[in-house]
Write a protein that binds this ligand. Structure first.
Ligand code: KG4
Ligand code: ZN
Length: 353
């Protein structure tokens, strides 16, 4: 059968049961999605956080090796738990990029090997497309078109999402990502990895207004971000200071207040500019409680709804990858790499539609 007729068959008879694999960084995620019923049957995530903690950050080689160790048992366990057989799988979706090259290769190799053995397609998915679409798995689903704020360890972007595969970049960070800024500032404050949750916890004991940090690009009139200056401002603040507990908490609070204020201001501007009424927040930083509270309050006063994925789907997971594959197939969109594979450690989402 030619490639074209194989693809045509795939779109006419989209697979029902899709296994989703996520291995782009430090979480091994496996999920089983029933595309006919539009239902997630189950998913599991193994976080490598503890393993990397000793090194203060993700060690790529250790990440790859751990994905190798975890993938098969996690997939087997999930199939057993959901009462499904491996032979029932109709497609294997995996994160093709962006991410750590070795970690991506583990997921891609696993997906292609299993797909070849079963005679089903392997579908490469853009990690951020997974994050963008993940709120569609929650009970409160957004309706296209909507604005999405992607705030993760590697990305800070505002996108206009017109439909599956129709993503327009409205603005993005010029340097550090929001999560990266959280992580680097946490390191400056002597907190472990990953820094975001730890910094946020410390900030709970901090007093608002004790230190004033800049709000980079808040008045730039566009939807671009910059966070590296904020981290430098924290560095100047802590250099030579007495690092007692209250001081650190006050600095954490000042940092979080600054970053939240910038993110909220840019989201508000994006809603105003696009005239849309739903804002979807995706990516790890979306778990930040003060950010959620401030976005909700702004949405209320400005007249837009803020929608978050379920907390367990905010961070990296295989469910969003399986879902993205199902939706792309249903929409008749190109799916990557049915034959042979490459991974894409750097990959622009707007170009992936
Ligand atoms: O989306 P994600 O799980 O992984 C990728 O980067 O793709 O995001 C991880 C990032 C890390 O930088 C982490 O510090 C940050 O999300 N993060 C948080 C919180 N939870 C996770 N940042 C601030 N507050 C949180 N509660
Ligand atoms: Zn992610």
């Amino acid at each position: 059968m030619s490639r074209n007729s194989e693809r045509a068959k795939l779109y006419q008879n989209p697979p029902v049961l899709i296994l989703g694999i996520e291995t782009s960084c430090d979480e091994t995620g496996v999920a089983l999605y029933d595309a006919a019923a539009g239902r997630l049957l189950g998913h599991v995530v193994h976080s490598q956080v503890e393993m990397h903690q000793a090194y203060g950050g993700v060690v790529p080689e250790l990440a790859s090796r751990d994905h190798v160790r975890r993938l098969v048992p996690l997939a087997r366990g999930l199939l057993a738990r959901t009462g499904r057989e491996v032979a029932e799988l109709g497609a294997i979706a995996y994160t093709q990029g962006p991410g750590l090259v070795g970690a991506l290769l583990v997921g891609a190799s696993f997906a292609h090997a299993l797909a070849a053995a079963l005679g089903v397609p392997a579908i490469g998915i853009h990690h951020l497309e997974g994050h963008l679409l993940s709120p569609l798995l929650s009970s409160r689903r957004p309706v296209f078109p909507f604005v999405a704020l992607l705030v993760s360890g590697g990305h800070t972007q505002l996108m206009r999402v017109a439909g599956v595969g129709r993503y327009e970049l409205l603005g993005e960070t010029q340097d550090d990502a929001a999560g990266e800024a959280f992580d680097k500032t946490a390191t400056l404050l002597g907190l472990g990895y990953p820094g975001g949750p730890a910094l946020s916890k410390l900030a709970e004991h901090g007093h608002a207004g004790r230190h004033r940090l800049p709000r980079p690009m808040i008045a730039s009139g566009d939807l671009e971000f910059s966070f590296s200056g904020l981290k430098t401002a924290v560095l100047l603040l802590v250099k030579g200071a007495d690092p007692n507990e209250q001081f650190r908490a006050d600095v954490a609070r000042a940092f979080q207040d600054a970053i939240v204020e910038v993110l909220v201001a840019k989201c508000a501007l994006a809603m105003e500019r696009t005239g849309l009424t739903q804002l979807v927040v995706a990516g790890g930083v979306g778990a930040n409680r003060p950010l959620r509270a401030a976005l909700d309050a702004r949405g209320k006063s400005q007249g837009f709804d803020v929608i978050y994925p379920e907390p367990e789907l905010c961070t990296d997971n295989g469910a969003m990858i399986a879902l993205a594959a199902a939706l792309r197939l249903q929409a008749g969109l190109a799916v990557g790499n049915a034959h042979g594979f490459t991974v894409r450690p750097r990959w622009d989402l707007a170009a992936a539609g």
